[in-house]
Design a protein around this ligand. Structure first.
Ligand code: AKB
Length: 338
């Protein structure tokens, strides 16, 4: 018999490590993690880790031969800024990697006669507003509005959402006997902020970078204008959203892809919040016009009413709690020596 596991891809990344810690805290230890990097030492002995590429089909097949995959948290991705430097590689990881996993999930669902749960983090980057006046006119977008991403990453995420819906509703729709479908569910995250890790390769990174730099007494030049406003969320809420969506009864879901968010603030307001706790922080604004254009195309806020109604989504960390109870104390502790 194969051992039943939860598969987490991108396990060594920001969301991956936080998710695995939370699963372990809930007493779930049958976790198979996959990443091109090793896990942080604190997690290494607690889960079964495979170092490898999600695009390596032979590796995925070997995993399937050894384990029964019950749930997949597919977190591996190349983020929006990094993807612009290597768009084809981003497409390979973000799209082909996801397609391969959906196929495996689909085969597994059919084979065991029960859907594999496939949880996929999407992003605010799937939105693309053409200019700042339109951004001001549509401050709180619904799921189906402005789906015109201007980055490779946003396009990849939007297409993978569609692939997920396809695999959960229409896969092999012309076959005489319909297979058991994958149970695909996705949340569109805003910019995420963790107290324990600094993101890399994203375009919403200026928020967390500002905060982590201040705590280390390093000066920081923010790469967007002061008035740039996008939505954000503290990492514990992001993990909570993934777990809550995974646990929701399928009959309660009126969609497969949901906006989730917590608070929106401008880069200038972000700086003010950082200064409240780190009054000596040196934060300047030196916009990089190319990265600025990407963030300008993202909405100020996302309407997450459907997630609230269907599966009781509600962020636990609003702006004040995020800074004062989660981010600042943990970041201060982390960089105590500075
Ligand atoms: C990025 O900036 O690329 C990510 C995202 C918003 O999905 N943080």
């Amino acid at each position: 018999m194969r051992r039943k596991v939860i598969l987490v891809t991108g396990a060594a990344g920001e969301i991956g490590t936080a998710l695995i810690e939370q699963l372990l805290q809930q007493g779930i230890s049958d976790i198979l993690s996959l990443d091109i990097r090793p896990l942080p030492p604190s997690l290494q002995s607690k889960v079964i880790h495979t170092v490898g590429d999600i695009c390596d089909r032979a590796l995925l097949e070997r995993i399937v031969s050894e384990y029964e995959i019950d749930t997949i948290y597919h977190l591996a991705a190349l983020l929006s800024t990094r993807a612009e430097f290597t768009p084809e590689a981003a497409h390979r990881v973000n799209v082909e990697g996801t397609l391969g996993l959906l196929q495996i999930a689909s085969d597994q669902s059919d084979w065991r006669g029960k859907p594999v749960l496939f949880i996929f983090p999407s992003s605010v980057a799937i939105y693309g507003l053409p200019d700042l006046s339109t951004k001001a006119q549509f401050p709180r977008v619904r799921e189906w509005e402005w789906n015109y991403p201007r980055t490779m990453y946003g396009s990849n995420k939007l297409y993978c959402e569609m692939l997920g819906v396809y695999y959960s509703k229409y896969y092999r729709q012309l076959a005489v006997e319909r297979p058991i479908m994958v149970d695909f569910r996705s949340v569109r995250f805003p910019g995420l902020i963790s107290a324990f890790t600094v993101p890399s390769g994203g375009t919403s990174d200026y928020g967390p970078e500002m905060l982590h730099a201040a705590a280390q007494k390093k000066s920081y030049a923010c790469f967007v204008r002061e008035d740039t406003r996008i939505p954000f969320m503290a990492m514990p809420d992001a993990i909570n959203a993934l777990l809550k969506l995974a646990a929701a009864p399928v009959e309660r879901l009126s969609r497969r892809v949901y906006n989730v968010t917590s608070f929106s603030l401008s880069a200038g307001e972000f700086r003010e919040w950082v200064l409240r706790s780190f009054p000596d922080a040196e934060i300047t604004f030196e916009p990089d016009l190319r990265r600025q254009a990407i963030v300008d195309s993202w909405p100020e806020d996302m309407n997450d009413n459907d997630a609230r109604r269907d599966w009781g989504w509600q962020p636990e960390y609003n702006l004040e709690r995020s800074f004062l109870e989660y981010l600042v104390p943990n970041i201060q502790r982390r960089y105590q020596k500075y």
